[in-house]
Design a protein around this ligand. Structure first.
Ligand SMILES: C=C(OP(=O)(O)O)C(=O)O
Ligand SMILES: [Mg+2]
Length: 574
């Protein structure tokens, strides 16, 4: 029977395919005493052999679909299974303690994880903890006779159905077969949603119940334009959505014509429309969509897609590739923004009550300076190959900016002393995403070269509403006058000091927000590459002089987000 499940539209597009449930099974078990240790050990050996076969299959497919680097992790898992120190210890535990294999595996694995994670001065060994955890999960699943989802084995077109997708899950999706995704939780500015937009995959998040509603193999239509998943669609539904998909394609074809044009408003003012990227692989999308620069390169994905801390050379190659690829157009690289919802398996962070308010971004970089310095050196070396700008994430106090800048200057001086070629005009800026900094923008503006407003976090912190929590997603209010006042203050403060202000949060590509931002004089708009041409087309129709009064009313007279949405919609429909 047809069932329509509503959610939050997270990435444009329509897709139809079979559901693939990416849901972790229950791996809980009871501790049992056993009398026949040999039988238990043979059960364990059987589970290990099955896990090994499965890993071989996954590795071979991952090699073809994702590449050698991504496939390597599965070899590391196979090595653990072949290591007598690990498997022998589990067998010994069964014999000595007379416990079931599940309990023995769990005990030994926890022991290994604890030892590895404790090696705080050896990043390589710390990473092995994540591998042990993964392998244990696989063997445990076989012992319990349940199946783990193996997304790398997908070999036909599917729509991923999941409770949530972490950014690293999203990074592993093979675009050839994955046509979109739909989740129980999450909001429009959660990182998995942002990645869906850069991969041009339709996505719907925050449905609350999709993992209960859909079964593996169900036919699903995913409507990423309106935020709905249609299960078991009727012929009528299929016809309706085919039409919607073809209308969307026609609109896109119209925008496509603006690809090689600069972004100019109806009254002849030029603004920069730039793109956000996560990895050098996103570069092609930026070029295909005619962006005028990269306004945000989220470098943490480089760290997340790696098995260990990326070396200075690895990073240098990635940054150089992006800078060269942009052929002199500006590239704003943001230093590592780990923490919050972004984790590194090889850099265990403390468990926190409020990770988004915790140890993250510049706070980690200033604390673990060896990681920060490696990144800055790689950036400095790459600066010789293009137009590099650097910004720091989550700056809350002027002292943090000064400290970060000092580290940058120190690394630059060292490289110059070693005769390494570095650019002499690298702009240094900051994300404006902590309300305390936005309020003091006038003071920050004296010391930075530019601001880039991160509305995803600025709104979350100003409204005190978790950006990834669908129950409070109604508080994601970019047009709320409180947010608009902060934004206006940031832009005016920059301009007073002769600096420029951009925006790289999702609001920069929002049809309601753009007219207000144009009136406030925001200089640069950075968004998912797939939004660039839509925004360029919108700006072409607008005249900044006409918008002044609209923005004044939105900032000074309106009370709610909805007031302002209506105000702009009425203006646009005039
Ligand atoms: C662009 C931003 O950064 P991120 O989404 O990576 O936190 C933001 O917070 O608006
Ligand atoms: Mg942010």
């Amino acid at each position: 029977m047809v069932q329509t499940i509503k959610g939050i539209a997270a990435s444009d597009g329509i897709a139809t395919a079979e559901a693939y449930l990416l849901v972790q099974p229950d791996l809980s078990f009871d501790k049992k005493s056993i009398s026949d240790a040999d039988a238990e050990i043979s059960r364990l050996k059987d589970a290990i052999a099955k896990s090994d076969d499965e890993l071989t299959k996954i590795r071979d497919i991952a090699k073809v679909s994702l590449g050698d680097d991504e496939a390597q992790v599965f070899d590391a898992h196979k090595m653990i299974l072949a290591d007598p120190e690990f498997t022998g210890a589990v067998e010994q535990q069964v014999k000595d303690q007379k416990v079931n294999a599940e309990q023995a595996l769990n005990d030994v694995s926890n022991n290994f994880i604890q030892i590895f994670e404790g090696m705080t001065d050896n990043a390589y060994m710390q990473e092995r903890a994540a591998d042990v955890r993964d392998v244990t999960k696989r063997v445990m699943a076989h012992l319990l006779g349940v199946e783990l989802p193996n997304p790398s084995l997908i070999d036909h077109e599917v729509i991923i159905v999941a409770h949530d997708l972490t950014p690293s899950d999203t990074a592993q999706l093979n675009k050839k077969y994955v046509k979109g995704f739909v989740t129980d939780i999450g909001g429009r500015t959660a990182h998995s949603a942002i990645m869906a937009r850069s991969l041009e995959l339709p996505a719907v998040v925050g449905t609350d119940s999709i993992t209960k509603d859909a079964k593996d193999g169900d036919k699903i239509i995913l409507d990423g334009l309106n935020g709905a998943a249609i299960l078991d669609p009727s012929d009528e539904d299929i016809k309706h959505y085919n039409k919607l998909a073809s209308d969307f394609a026609a609109e896109k074809a119209e925008w496509e014509k603006l690809k090689d044009e600069a972004t100019v408003t109806a009254d002849g003012k030029h603004f920069d429309v730039a793109a956000n990227i996560g990895t050098p692989d996103d570069l092609q999308g930026v070029i295909d969509n005619g962006a005028e620069g990269i306004g945000l390169y989220r470098t943490e994905f480089l760290y997340m897609q790696s098995e260990e801390l990326p070396t200075e050379d690895d990073q240098f190659e990635a940054y150089k590739k992006v800078l060269e690829g942009m052929k002199g157009k500006p590239v704003v690289v943001r230093t590592m923004d780990i923490g919050g919802d972004k984790h590194l398996p090889y850099l265990p962070l403390p468990d926190e009550m409020n990770p988004f308010l915790g140890y993250r971004a510049i706070r980690i970089s200033l604390d673990k300076q060896d990681i920060f310095r490696t990144q800055l050196r790689a950036l400095l070396r790459a600066s010789a190959f293009g137009n590099l700008r650097i910004m720091f994430p989550m700056i809350g106090t002027l002292q943090e900016f000064r400290d970060a800048k000092k580290v940058f200057e120190e690394e630059k001086a060292k490289l110059v002393a070693d005769n390494v070629k570095v650019s002499d005009d690298i702009q240094l800026g900051m994300m404006m995403e902590v309300p305390a900094a936005a309020i003091l923008a006038d003071q920050f503006a004296k010391e930075v070269d530019f601001f880039s407003i991160g509305t995803n976090d600025l709104i979350q912190y100003t409204m005190a509403a978790d950006r990834g929590n669908e129950h409070v997603s109604y508080l994601y209010q970019p047009y709320n006058p409180s947010i608009l006042r902060l934004v206006k203050h940031v832009i005016e403060s920059a301009h007073k000091e002769g600096k420029w202000a951009g925006m790289c949060g999702e609001a920069a590509g929002d049809n309601i927000m753009v007219p207000l931002l144009l009136a406030m004089g925001l200089d640069e708009y950075s968004m998912s590459a797939t939004s660039v041409l839509r925004v360029r087309s919108l700006m072409k129709k607008l005249s900044t002089a006409d918008l002044k009064d609209l923005a004044d009313r939105a900032v000074n007279e309106s009370i709610t987000n909805e007031d302002n949405k209506k105000l702009v919609e009425e203006y646009m429909n005039k």
